[in-house]
Design a protein around this ligand. Sequence first.
Ligand SMILES: Cc1cc2nc3c(=O)[nH]c(=O)nc-3n(C[C@H](O)[C@H](O)[C@H](O)COP(=O)(O)OP(=O)(O)OC[C@H]3O[C@@H](n4cnc5c(N)ncnc54)[C@H](O)[C@@H]3O)c2cc1C
Length: 398
Amino acid sequence: MDSQFSATDEAFRQEVRSFLNENLSEELREAGRKKTSIWQEKNSAMAWQKLLFDKGWAAPEWPAEYGGTDWSLTQRYIFSQECARAETPGISPMGLKMCGPMLIGYGTEEQKNYYLPRILSGEHIWCQGYSEPGAGSDLASLKTFAASDGDDYIVNGTKIWTSFAQHSNMMFALVRTSTEGKVQQGISFLLIDMSTPGIKIEPIINLEGSHELNQVFFDDVRVPKTNRVGKENDGWSVAKYLLEFERFSISSIELRRLLDRTRRLANETGATGDSLANDPAFVTKLAQLEIDALAMETSEQRVLASLSAGNRPGSVSSVLNAISAETLQRADELAIEVAAYYGLAYQPEALEVGGPAPIGSTITLPMMPSYLNNRMRTIAGGSAEVQRNIVAKAILEL
Ligand SMILES: Cc1cc2nc3c(=O)[nH]c(=O)nc-3n(C[C@H](O)[C@H](O)[C@H](O)COP(=O)(O)OP(=O)(O)OC[C@H]3O[C@@H](n4cnc5c(N)ncnc54)[C@H](O)[C@@H]3O)c2cc1C
């Protein structure tokens, strides 16, 4: 594939590679290698974002006028490839990938001027307050209420499954501002400062033992009306726009990284003197996943091309979301097959940066936690069933 790149693109690749060689510390690379979730541990994620911000590369997808880059599609692809090769850590997606693009589309000039630079620099860390107990797939039935009080709203209610809330100083949230008419029409979109009195955060521990999720409670929380995005009772359009960005994420690089590790392990010789690479059933599954990764990559490139032309992700993000989530879960299952009994060792200390040497190897170490964490891929951001409903309605017109 590299042969298709022009001399300018190859020069850009060298620039990215030099930047990574010179700036990415061994600690950050270790954090990247040990990543087991979309959510990187906060210190590494923010340190990596700071490096990118200082270089002007924190938000390659944003228009240059808002602090993005003017990279071509190919350059963005090269950048992702080089980051994967260097095993960079993850970055918190809620600000850069979701809230930022939403504000660029729907925010007032004041909101853009205030929030976008703080999202880029990492001064503001965001979480998403959409889901509630009883309002997940059926999001429009949410009940957290924002009552008008002069220039403010007074918010009461609760949000659940709020990823990274414990590390966030800002939340974008959907609240009910009216109970009249259709449920979708009484919703508004608010930006809430998490240090406001009346907010309480309680942890929810994941299947693999990590703390990423929370329930957030609002008890008479005062939010200025200037923090509303879009018109009152018209937050549903803003929410759907943002969801298109949430549902479209580049997953093929993560998938390829996992398949590469799986292939490397499968080539090793086991205790019986044979290797999984000689097992036709295993090889068939691996080959199928390689084909699926190629198809995903091509589809992601098509969406990126459309985004570069100024379009929004659209309903196709639901196709990609469902397919990439399910493909990644199949790849996780194959990784567990090859990790075998090393996958059984529960070793959270070894997963920490600077932690003790793992039982097994650094390749097998993250495989089981990733497998467990990725069970959520077919739920978060809208379940695979809900994505299929969207595809049926919006694309197939059924
Ligand atoms: C790890 C993780 C992180 C998350 N992070 C956040 C976050 O940061 N912020 C946030 O706001 N939310 C977050 N969520 C919540 C997520 O958006 C919801 O879990 C999701 O929308 C599903 O809602 P629910 O959990 O209420 O399940 P339900 O809506 O109760 O669904 C239960 C089951 O019924 C199926 N189902 C429901 N309706 C239909 C239908 N119409 N047709 C077919 N099948 C249907 C679903 O597919 C699912 O299998 C997160 C969830 C997870 C798991």
